[in-house]
Design a protein around this ligand. Structure first.
Ligand code: HEM
Ligand SMILES: *[C@@H]1O[C@H](CO)[C@@H](O)[C@H](O)[C@H]1NC(C)=O
Ligand SMILES: *[C@@H]1O[C@H](CO)[C@@H](O)[C@H](O)[C@H]1NC(C)=O
Ligand SMILES: *[C@@H]1O[C@H](CO)[C@@H](O)[C@H](O)[C@H]1NC(C)=O
Length: 427
């Protein structure tokens, strides 16, 4: 282990990861085995490229096209809890084997669903940093896989477990997937839950899934968790993702030519269950964010919290950021969740973490969030060069028109408002 430590010291001293594995005299003290261990422990380093910028053409477009045929996953292909990423993989917008780099996932989400650049980056880097392999720049969209490369050594807290990993990004109260507590399968489509989705869409959306149905169904799934799952929790980033995922189907699964915020249930099933674009599907008419998540939230405002002593003990976590505090969610994820997984990274790992935090931050820039550097930063400008975004081409904005479902007047945010279960309390 002494050999390993001195290797780390060398990598840190160089602070130039591309040159971290030189045929260098200073490594001579290591045995062949120690050297191999050190090298494979870090994996082959792929310095993470910057994410792509916005689409050049961000309008409606046939996406279930001849270049992207549906092919069901084959032997060994990985699928996971995100029906949209599964769809992108089944149509070849991202790697069909389910192992991808964050920058390609961002590209695929923009191209296939017209998810806007910032939301694509926010979602993707938030998930990648905590579930992916930072050294190889690869993540599994489902279960943990050796195809993302060897885990960096000396990181006992980091699972690098793919998107299925519970409670660093994936979380409770999914619409069509069970809670982890309920058997551990967070990935599979669950027909019983989907029947609830249909029921709520019929009751509140006139047979379509719309914002009204979304607000009611989101509350129902949270109540299910509060009442049946003693480990139920919904804090950052799950609070954010749960609401984003409630509106994503309205924003991005409604055909861009229809563009009315009312999702057909046969299309919903096609995405949730088969992970397949409906025939002739055209993506959204404009780049979409988590538009109107505040509308859904306002129908039954929920504060971040968890069951703290068994079912029906939902308690608000005052230290966790609220849904509308996007800068807070960013900071919490980086400075709390990520630092818990990687308390003390060095060498290439440190370099990759710094880069990924920065790429994650670029999704927050337009909101005026402050960039944070909990892992420090390179002091000299040259080392920071590759963090700079490349020159993106001028973006041609599509005709936006008016949103088909304009934001409504929001009721004032009550503090605290915890109408999620009979035993709900606040702390
Ligand atoms: C940008 C990269 C993306 C990543 C990394 C990602 C990741 C995830 C993950 C980890 C989950 C599971 C969360 C949970 O339910 O506990 C999830 C769920 C979901 N995602 Fe994505 N996603 C991405 C893009 C998208 C896009 C583009 C859409 C829509 C077009 C989308 C729609 C959904 C929906 C609707 C769910 C909820 C499934 C359910 O509750 O049953 N995602 N996503
Ligand atoms: C589907 O979800 C229901 C409701 O939470 C649960 O009772 C059932 O066990 C789940 N089915 C499977 C196959 O996991
Ligand atoms: C959802 O559909 C129902 C039934 O058609 C309708 O009353 C409601 O206004 C719709 N909500 C939205 C936001 O479109
Ligand atoms: C990160 O969290 C620590 C406490 O763990 C705090 O002292 C520090 O100010 C935070 N840094 C940033 C940049 O938010």
């Amino acid at each position: 282990m002494v050999g390993f430590l001195s290797f780390v010291a060398l990598a840190v001293a160089l602070a130039a990861p591309a040159a971290a594995f030189p045929a260098h005299g200073s490594l001579a003290g290591l045995s062949r085995q120690e050297l191999d261990d050190a090298m494979s422990g870090f994996g082959e380093y792929t310095r993470p490229p910057p994410p792509p910028g916005p689409l050049e053409y961000g309008g409606v477009k046939l996406v279930n096209d001849a270049d992207h045929p549906f092919i069901a996953p084959g032997e060994g292909d990985i699928r996971g809890p995100c029906p949209a990423l599964n769809t992108l993989a089944n149509h070849g917008y991202i790697s069909r084997n389910g192992i991808e780099s964050p920058s390609n996932i961002v590209r695929g989400a923009m191209e296939g669903f017209n998810m806007n650049n910032d939301l694509s980056k926010f979602t993707c880097y938030a998930a990648f940093m905590v579930n992916g392999n930072l050294i190889t720049d690869l993540v599994s969209i489902g279960e943990k896989s050796p195809k993302t490369g060897p885990d960096p050594k000396e990181q006992p807290m980091a699972t690098i477990g793919g998107l299925n990993t519970h409670n660093v990004f994936e979380g409770d109260s999914s619409m069509t997937r069970a809670d982890f507590y309920d058997g551990g399968d967070v990935e599979s489509f669950n027909e019983t839950l989907f029947q609830g989705f249909i029921e709520y869409s019929n009751r509140f959306g006139g047979g379509r899934y719309n914002l009204t149905a979304a607000g009611q169904f989101r509350l129902k799934r949270i109540q299910d968790g509060v009442q049946h799952n003693p480990t139920f929790t919904i804090v950052a980033p799950r609070l954010f993702s749960a609401y984003s995922e409630a509106v994503n189907p309205i924003n991005m699964w409604v055909d861009g030519r229809q563009d009315d915020g009312q999702l057909r249930l046969d299309h919903a099933r096609s995405f949730f269950e088969a992970a397949r674009f409906p025939d002739d599907f055209h993506r959204a008419a404009r780049p979409m964010s988590a538009d109107n998540e505040a509308v859904v939230h306002a129908i039954h405002p929920i504060e971040p919290g968890a069951n703290i002593a068994g079912v029906n003990t939902y308690t608000v976590d005052r230290n966790a950021p609220r849904l509308d505090d996007k800068c807070g969610i960013f900071e919490y994820h980086v400075n709390h969740t990520l630092r818990t997984l990687y308390p003390n990274p060095t060498g290439n790992l440190l370099d990759a973490i710094r880069a990924n935090i920065h790429y994650f931050y670029t999704a927050m820039e337009a909101r005026g969030c402050t960039e944070i550097f909990p892992y420090g930063r390179f002091e000299d400008g040259e080392s920071n060069n590759y963090y700079a975004p490349p020159d993106y081409p001028e973006v041609e904005l599509p005709e936006l028109g008016t949103l088909p479902f304009p934001p409504v007047e929001l009721p004032t945010y009550s503090d605290p408002l915890v109408d999620v279960g009979p035993g709900a309390t606040t702390a």
